[in-house]
Design a protein around this ligand. Structure first.
Ligand SMILES: [Zn+2]
Length: 546
């Protein structure tokens, strides 16, 4: 039965952050090889990350420092991998060990990623000499370019089983976290001492935030981080903190997902929080975000003092040579507190598609005479606005690049729509559109996130808990790309998308909308009912509402 499947081996043995950053590669592979089966080669300690990942068929564990030590361990592994008869090997680890695996395991095609050692070396050696290595995610995806694979998403994604969500809910009840309380995750650890921001600084951030706001602090780390975690707990008080120490990764995912904000040193946990759609503040000292390891979320923020000696090493492994750790000490708690409060005060938002969702679908609308509002859509927008949501329209208008209409015509149509809605008392924060042709591969054509990025620059919006409503698969996928929830409406092209979903035509489970609504009006009442049943910061949806 397995014979007609395209069998792929992905190799990434460590570390936590790097493994999380490889997940867009899994999406791209699944997307391009419809009938594929992906095996992942990694270490046992990352087991929890992939236990319920629908993209992975099997995880193969390899412990070169332990039971699979030495040449014999390596050859045993190669022998067993050869029995799997892979068609493609994607080596994202690219060290000597993975080189041998790649060399000796048979497969029709093999690709690996280039580590960008030279630009990174230059950056560490000569600091900011205009050297700007590509982000690690783009670098991983680039290796797929060699075999003609284009990625629709460069966003890391992690999955957690429903039983972990239930476990997390109980965990929070036992630890006295109120439904309306804000949870802020703090991870004070890091692999190297030099990468750890001061305990006093984390403590003062935690205390300040939990005094001024209805906040509890989730202290996250492993056994080695127990000292700073207990330090913060003692300073802030047990009643305002919850310890999450040395938990299996799948459970940790379920806990961190509940956070409204995560504050962390440059570590694997920073990437974990970010990939769960939690707005993340990353604190960088001896390493530099310019080395390609910034957190990837649109609302994430990096603090880096940018002192002359940083970055002094690639991973922060070098001891500090200065008398004082300028790179870390120059980052003041006040700045982090200010940013944290800014993030937490952002407005909740609903992103909406235009044609086929709010107004009747008609290919390439260029005149205001062609605009007809879908019955009930104005009422729907009013309902959502009344529920405290900011409304933003995001629209692909490739007719401009195709020469069918001009940018001015699109603006005119948009202005007309804004005015019509304004007359009904509906305020749209902005209409953002992509004028490019699909072949241009721009950053703003949905499902890419460029339009959302622009909206975030112009308005104070909260991505966590955001919704995206539209009639096309690209709208649904955009919702996934911003880690929000998505609703497919059956107006416009929606019926066709629904049929594709039902017949499972090239649409995978994780690409499906969270809800399918007859039209915008029904979508609005669904959001309203969800908002009424959930707490302010829900332990997010099960994605199984179909
Ligand atoms: Zn564009």
């Amino acid at each position: 039965m397995q014979d007609n499947r395209y069998r792929i081996l992905v190799i990434r043995l460590s570390s936590l952050g790097d493994i999380i950053l490889t997940t867009p590669v899994l999406d791209a592979l699944k997307e391009n090889y419809g009938n594929s089966e992906i095996s992942l080669l990694t270490k046992q300690k990352y087991q929890g990350l992939f236990e319920s990942d629908p993209r992975i068929s099997s995880v193969i564990y390899f412990e070169p420092e332990d039971k699979d030590k030495g040449v014999f361990g390596l050859f045993r592994l190669i022998k067993s991998l050869n029995q799997e008869k892979f068609d493609l090997i994607v080596d994202l680890h690219s060290n000597l060990r993975s080189f041998f695996i790649r060399l000796l395991v048979k497969a029709e095609r093999k690709v690996h990623h280039y580590k960008k050692l030279i630009p990174r070396f230059l950056m560490v050696r000569f600091k900011r000499w205009g050297v700007n290595p590509v982000s690690t995610i783009d670098n991983y995806l680039k290796s797929l370019g060699e075999i003609g694979i284009k990625a629709w998403s460069r966003i890391p994604r992690l999955y957690s089983k429903n039983e972990n969500k239930i476990w997390a809910e109980n965990f929070f009840i036992e630890n006295g976290l109120g439904k309306k309380e804000i949870l802020i995750g703090i991870a004070p650890g890091a692999r190297w001492e030099t990468k750890r921001w001061g305990l006093d600084k984390f403590s003062s951030v935690a205390k300040n935030l939990s005094q001024d706001l209805p906040v509890k602090i989730l202290l996250v780390g492993d056994k080695d981080d127990l000292k700073p975690i207990e330090g913060i707990e003692n300073y802030v008080g047990k009643e305002r903190t919850i310890q999450a120490v040395d938990l299996p990764l799948d459970r940790l995912i379920a806990l961190v997902k509940r956070c409204g904000l995560f504050i962390s040193n440059d570590s694997g946990l920073m990437h974990l929080a970010s990939s769960l759609g939690v707005p993340t503040i990353g604190i960088f000292g001896p390493t530099s975000p310019g080395l390609g390891f910034s957190p990837s979320g649109l609302k994430d923020k990096v603090f880096w003092a940018g002192v002359d000696c940083s970055p002094c090493s690639l991973h922060g492994e070098k001891e500090c040579v200065k008398e004082s750790r300028y790179c870390m000490d120059n980052i003041k708690p006040e700045k982090i507190i200010e940013e944290a409060k800014r993030v937490l005060s952002a407005n909740k938002v609903i992103f909406l598609d235009r044609d086929g969702t709010i107004t009747e679908e008609k290919d390439f609308v260029s005149k205001i005479e062609e605009i007809k509002f879908i019955p009930g859509s104005k009422e729907a927008l009013k309902t959502l606005q009344g529920f405290g949501y900011k409304l933003v329209i995001v629209s692909n208008q490739s007719g401009i690049a195709r020469g069918i209409m001009t940018g001015e015509q699109v603006e005119e149509v948009n202005d007309f729509i804004l005015k019509e809605l304004q007359n009904e008392g509906i305020k749209i924060e902005g209409i953002y559109y992509c004028p490019h042709h699909p072949d241009e591969n721009c950053d703003c054509r949905k499902p890419r996130t460029g339009l959302i990025k622009r909206a975030l620059q112009d308005h104070h919006l909260k991505l966590k808990g955001a919704w995206m409503i539209g009639d096309k698969l690209s709208d649904v996928l955009l919702g996934k790309n911003i880690k929000g929830k998505s609703i497919l409406v059956l107006t416009g092209y929606g019926q066709g998308v629904k049929q594709r979903i039902e017949s499972n035509l090239e649409i995978y489970d994780w690409q499906k909308p969270d809800y399918i609504a007859k039209d915008l009006l029904e979508a609005a009442s669904f959001i309203k009912s969800e908002a009424l049943t959930e707490s302010t910061e829900p332990v997010t949806n099960s994605h199984k509402k179909l």
